[in-house]
Design a protein around this ligand. Structure first.
Ligand SMILES: [Zn+2]
Length: 242
């Protein structure tokens, strides 16, 4: 009995995006790539390639601003400026943009120290959700996400996209260590942990997953993490629309 996973990859595009796309395609995986506007300006052809290959380009702000620290006007500018750049990438790929998806930098929903919560009592958070609604952003139809902690955090009701499994792949950056994750062996070992209501439920058949990775980690590590996840009873959903 397998379960399904949606793959989301942040801080894209990168110079070697094509190689990552080709690897995923060889495994039959399509991902949502949450792109920054400044990176899209630097690597426009890579984003067009992703679209041509059937992957989804999402909005991850213009320059990875911390939305808990900027004004609502600045937030709107970050979202809309990147939105226009994404539109032009889809136009260049002669593809229609079927869904607009957004992920907050640092996944903090715009409130400080609330990485694991969408704080609906916070006016700034509510203002950001309103902007996402007005600019056409919404949750894809993620099916079968049944973690209580996920619903309790309000992630199923907000317009941005959060995640159920954080790969902690950013701990592969030099000098970064969080909860003991500090290198490829420790990041790979996390995949085997069995704490479903603690965001480590890849062995748990009862809920599907939204997996978060990053586009800039070393490509060998990128492939190793994907391959390890695929060794579980997990299938990546090919599309967020079906
Ligand atoms: Zn990011």
């Amino acid at each position: 009995m397998h379960k399904n996973a949606y793959l989301t990859i942040d801080d894209a595009p990168t110079e070697d995006l094509r190689e990552r796309i080709d690897f995923l395609d060889s495994k039959g995986i399509k991902a949502i790539w949450f792109c920054q506007g400044d990176r899209l300006e630097e690597f426009p052809d890579e984003a067009v390639y992703a679209i041509e290959k059937g992957h989804v380009i999402g909005n991850h702000s213009y320059d990875h601003a911390d939305f808990s620290k900027i004004s609502l006007d600045e937030a709107r500018e970050q979202i809309e400026k990147t939105d226009r750049i994404i539109d032009s990438a889809y136009a260049r790929a002669s593809a229609s943009r079927q869904i607009k998806v957004f992920r907050f930098p640092f996944c903090n929903s715009g409130s400080e120290n609330k990485c694991q919560k969408c704080d609906w009592n916070n006016d700034h958070v509510k203002g950001l959700q309103k902007i996402l609604g007005e600019t056409g952003y919404r949750q894809p139809r993620f099916e079968g996400i049944d973690y209580q902690w996920y619903r309790k955090a309000g992630f199923d009701k907000c317009l941005n996209v959060d995640y159920t499994y954080d790969s902690f792949d950013y701990c592969l950056a030099a000098g970064v260590e969080l909860f003991g994750y500090r290198d490829l062996p420790t990041v790979l070992a996390r995949i085997d942990e069995d704490v479903p209501e603690g965001g480590r439920g890849l062995n748990n058949p009862d809920s599907n997953e939204i997996i978060m990775m990053h586009a800039w980690i070393p490509i060998d590590a990128f492939k190793a993490i994907i391959s390890k996840i695929m060794s579980k009873e997990i299938r990546f959903k090919l599309s967020v629309y079906t």
